[in-house]
Design a protein. Sequence first.
Length: 357
Amino acid sequence: MMEKIRVELTKNPKEKPHLDPLPFGKFFSDHMFLMNYTAGQGWHDARIVPYGPFTLDPSCMVFHYAQEIFEGLKAYRRADGSIWLFRPEENFKRMNNSAVRMSIPEIDVDFCVDAVRQLVALEKDWVPDQKGASLYIRPFIIATDCTVGVHASKTYIFCIILSPSGNYYPEGLDPVHIAIEDEDVRAVRGGTGFTKCGGNYAGSIRASERAEKLGYSQVLWLDGVHRKYIEEVGSMNIMFKIDGKIVTPMLQGSVLPGITRKSILEVARDWGYPVEERLISVDEVLETAANGHMEEMWGTGTAAVVSPVGHIYYEGRDLPIGDGGIGELTQRFYDELTGIQWGTRPDARGWTQKVCD
Ligand code: COI
């Protein structure tokens, strides 16, 4: 059994941001959760302490070989002021899958959920009440051995920080424009694509910068072998409505198994839509977008929620999806998911849990 979490309160509480809209991931609350791992001893010294910088040796492994994983989930303030989480166990199950791939020691899922609950309850005044804003929760684990040899670290820090945040995309629910990347690749099967490790994201920045220069907010990745099949956007999984069916790339190890992805597919099946998790070639996307069979396209993610895609770019061509606006089903998914999260729609599947009033 894990130990009790020790709490040390800040003596210098910060000013809370009252911006509307709130930016994503720019402000951080007063406290953070920390825990250490030492080989032979296991995870120990769980504590909630004032938010502040780490002091780490420059030879620390995470700086050199990126032995690091992270997660992302949110706490929502409902109309009655109560604070809720959405499927937090799923995040920590996925964190453990990432941990196994990256040779990082796993952590008990229930303990992690309890740590989040205690931290969020302490920081409840940081959960924003602006429409659509929430408290973004960022758990992460870093390797802290001081050596430049490549091997699994014997020491780690597990940390959870909290950021009151608005929409991930400044577009909000307006459709985003994304560029299909044909040069860089994000992941290959057998690699780390299915994990949330920092390296997956570091390698994506160059293509994102290129896309931004062309006026597109994100990159849509193709598979690393054939450079032909659609994978994901990096900040979200991708879905299409083609001829009335919901189609999304199958999970083969190179795509992140998104919790929002899984939730939306479950809702879609419950609503009676045929769902196909399969290979989707870029040619199929371009063809169906051009001939009108592609009715809608949207991304799903914790940060991105359900995000309509209005235009795609590939090899010098820009194609609108439908009329370039928000698709009817995309809007319906957004309303259903955010309704469950904010408690304005029934949560028949038991996905949400109350943290505090
Ligand atoms: C999330 O959706 O929580 C993520 O971690 C994606 C990240 C790019 C913000």
